[in-house]
Design a protein around this ligand. Structure first.
Ligand code: C2O
Length: 523
């Protein structure tokens, strides 16, 4: 029942997004809402980007804001979601960009295309779950279910009747566009007895390769081809957690059913459909499988990776704990009477309240943010070793880092072992970047760059740090504006695992931020 309601809400909003696409949408909701088109570059147009207090103020109840934007040189699977607190738990949908008519795919494109939206479901209102966590300082309750296209599937109480089914013809090949819209959890996804051929991640084509399981972090998309070449029957597709942290998680499994149209039925007594085959899924903490999968990703052709680096940034990313003067306070229910925190380079990001960063920057309004975000951690330490407790407490602030127009940027994202090592799906707005290298332990600036892949590294907009490891990305800062970079695990984002890049204008109109639209929400 509940999931039914939610499903229709999701498709309702999807419809709105479609109209937004045609440039006239009105959103009428009770909570403040901000939509965002995850992955659309929004060239020179941060006003349509969406994250609250970064590029706009929230749309107030009863008001509306129309996102007007142009898609330039992008095709593939992206998605959209609310970008205000935890509203994206139910406000999300797929956004699929087809190639220009007549222009080919770099692989043989099946006739049928199936979006697979992986979601996360709480039996309580997710906003209440968030409010409770924000009050106590403890970790938020884990979800009660995962979903495939809005439905939890056969392995949960009372949801069997509504399990999603995908009919398929024997011999047919289909493309699955898998999107992890979950709030807080990386997922393994697999289809019983069927191989998956990966052809795209985050709207960038890859060299095709075949696997029985994919790992997908919140914010990421992965397109796979699947051929119905097995015995006519019924096969589960299933997703469950890849949990890289030493922390509680939702250990349930969501399923949908791939149904051959000629699947045999049982005869006689107990007549009806045969039971679906269940896939083999990796163990919850199977980092080896997750890493082996991501290490196979390659851009589909030679990639225009920047070879020289102008901005060499080193960012530690991870959790922390804020000490309380009264550890027995109901507001300090984190480990040992603390509150959970998270940071990049020890800076725990706090959203401004009076104005968005982009508007403040455009209007020259002081006092909203500063531009002294540190390019390297304030102290060096053994990031993935046994970190002394004195380094666990980050500093709060609203800091941006300035980039010159067209600077070649490299960022090494180094996970820390503070509280726990973990895969953090780091997402950058306004850009696609190349993932040139990764490894476990501490990044070594002398030896590791020699092993970077500058030839065909995968292009993404969201990349996970290996737990207790690092990942290096490169991009050209060719899109002026204020662009959020953050962990796409919403509980970490709320704890401050975020920062902002302020990319300066270049020369002339075509290298500068456009004027804001007249209906941009007031702060
Ligand atoms: Cu898909 Cu800032 O998020």
């Amino acid at each position: 029942m509940e999931s039914l309601q939610r499903l229709s809400f999701v498709s309702f909003i999807a419809l709105l997004a479609y109209f937004a696409f045609l440039a006239s949408a009105e959103l009428h909701v009770r909570e403040f809402v901000v939509s965002w088109l995850h992955g659309i570059r929004q060239l020179r147009n941060p006003w349509a980007d969406g994250p609250e207090y970064i590029t706009q103020c929230p749309i107030r109840p009863g008001q509306s804001y129309t996102y007007r934007f142009t898609i330039e040189d992008q095709e593939g699977t992206l998605w959209w979601h609310a970008h205000s607190r935890w509203l994206r738990a139910t406000v999300y949908g797929a956004l699929i960009i087809y190639p220009r008519l007549g222009s080919p795919y770099p692989f043989s494109m099946p006739k049928r295309d199936i979006p697979i939206l992986l979601g996360e479901w709480w039996d309580r209102n997710p906003m209440d779950v968030l409010r409770q966590a924000q009050f106590t300082g403890a970790a938020a309750n884990v979800s009660d279910a995962y979903t495939i296209n809005g439905q939890p599937g056969d392995l949960y109480r009372c949801s069997r009747a509504e399990t999603v089914r995908f009919p398929i013809f024997p011999g047919e090949t289909v493309q699955l566009r898998v999107i992890n819209a979950g709030l807080n959890q990386e997922l393994f996804f697999s289809v019983a007895n069927h191989q998956l051929t990966v052809v795209e991640t985050d709207s960038a084509y890859t060299k095709p390769f075949t696997t029985s399981v994919i790992m997908i972090g919140p914010g990421q998309t992965t397109n796979v081809l699947l051929t119905a070449n097995q015995r006519p029957g019924r096969y589960y597709m299933a997703a469950r957690a890849y949990n890289s942290a030493n922390a509680p998680f939702d250990n349930t499994t969501t399923t949908a059913i791939l149904e051959y149209v000629n699947a045999p039925t049982r005869r006689g007594r107990g007549r009806g459909q045969i039971a679906p085959v269940f896939p083999v899924l990796p163990g919850f903490n199977d980092t080896a499988t997750a890493t082996a999968f991501t290490n196979r990703l390659r851009y589909w052709k030679r990639a225009p990776v920047p070879l020289q680096v102008d901005e060499n940034l080193f960012f530690t990313v991870g959790l922390g704990l804020t000490n309380c003067s009264n550890p027995n306070s109901p507001r300090c229910q984190g480990p040992n009477g603390t509150r959970f925190a998270a940071s990049i380079n020890n800076q725990s990001f706090v959203l401004p309240r009076r104005n968005s960063i982009m508007q403040a920057y455009y209007q020259g309004m002081p006092g909203i943010f500063t531009t002294d975000f540190p390019p390297v951690p304030p102290v060096q330490f053994d990031y993935t070793g046994n970190v002394s407790r004195g380094l666990w407490q980050p500093v709060k602030g609203t800091k941006a880092y300035k980039l010159k127009y067209r600077a070649n940027v490299q960022i090494v994202l180094q996970d820390t072992s503070i509280v726990t090592t973990e895969n953090h799906p780091m997402h950058l707005h306004g850009y696609q970047f190349y993932v040139v290298g990764s490894g476990f332990g501490n990044f070594n600036p002398r030896t590791d760059p020699a092993r970077f892949n500058l030839y065909d590294p995968p292009e993404r907009n969201t990349v996970g740090t290996p737990p207790g490891g690092w990942v290096a990305i490169r991009f050209v800062a060719d899109n002026p504006g204020a662009w959020f970079m953050h962990c796409h695990i919403d509980s970490h984002l709320g704890w401050g695992l975020a920062m902002v890049f302020l990319v300066e204008n270049g020369r002339g109109q075509l290298q500068s931020v456009q004027a804001p639209p007249l209906d941009l929400p007031r702060c």
